[in-house]
Design a protein around this ligand. Structure first.
Ligand code: AP5
Length: 215
């Protein structure tokens, strides 16, 4: 099963994708994570993407669609894909159709996480991750069980994303409204869109998604 998680920055796409990876063995394809890895490794794509990401803009369609195609090629046909943060433009949505068709895959659902944008700034500016295993935390909504120690791997090092400041978040939201939200009608016309209340408790959001995906 291949699905898209759609929603503005901080809607909970990464949080829910990681739950689906753990609970269903699906594979998370986050273009944001792929780009951050390229920036960290200093690859030509990373060098090109860094300034755009730091400013909250969108990296070129060709780059992100290329990354998605490569990642899908490394997956077994039996593994389901969760597209997290992709597609983000109409051109990317068209590319995704071609990429999937070329690999004999189809889209089962486009799950839109509906959220109140004003609450997202708090979600994003309070977010941090384990520097060792990448487990996500939040100053208010998800703290480690033992303060300062990662629940998953025991590391005491944490990090925050450079684009998780209020000014950049507002730019990212404007980009979402202008370029990403308009792709929803394309999927609505195909009957693929399912809506979930992304402002609900994390567990309730997961339960709503599980209901859509079935057993
Ligand atoms: P990307 O990494 O995709 O960032 P984003 O879309 O802005 O999404 P986020 O990761 O910020 O949010 P999320 O929805 O995953 O929320 P999360 O689960 O972490 O992209 C970064 C940049 O890369 C872009 O700006 C762009 O430059 C570039 N890029 C990436 N893909 C691209 C593409 N396809 N095309 C072009 N450029 C691209 O949750 C946020 C916080 O809230 C967490 O702390 C979490 O614990 C908490 N939380 C989650 N759910 C709940 C809940 N239900 N209740 C309370 N708290 C919650």
């Amino acid at each position: 099963m291949n699905i898209i998680l759609l929603g503005p920055p901080g809607a909970g796409k990464g949080t829910q994708a990681s739950i689906l990876v753990t609970e269903r063995g699906m594979v998370q394809l986050s273009t944001g994570d792929m780009l951050r890895a390229a920036v960290k490794a200093g690859t030509p794509i990373g060098v090109q993407a860094k300034a755009v990401m730091d400013a909250g803009g969108l990296v070129s369609d060709e780059i992100v669609s290329g990354l998605i195609g490569e990642k899908l090629d490394s997956m077994a046909a039996s593994e389901g894909a969760i597209f997290d943060g992709y597609p983000r433009t109409e051109a990317q949505a068209v590319s995704l159709d071609e990429i999937l068709a070329g690999r004999g895959r189809t889209l089962a659902h486009v799950i839109e996480l509906e959220v109140d944008e004003d609450a997202l700034v708090e979600r994003i500016t309070g977010r941090y991750t384990c520097a060792s295993c990448g487990e996500g935390y939040h100053d208010t909504f998800k703290q480690p069980k033992a303060a300062g120690t990662c629940d998953k791997c025991g590391s005491t090092e944490f990090k925050r994303r450079p684009d998780d400041n209020e000014e950049t978040v507002r730019t990212r939201m404007a980009e979402y409204r202008a370029k990403t939200a308009p792709i929803l009608p394309l999927y609505e016309a195909r009957g693929l869109v399912k809506r979930v209340d992304g402002m609900a408790d994390m567990g309730d959001v997961s339960a709503a998604i599980a209901k859509i995906l079935g057993s």
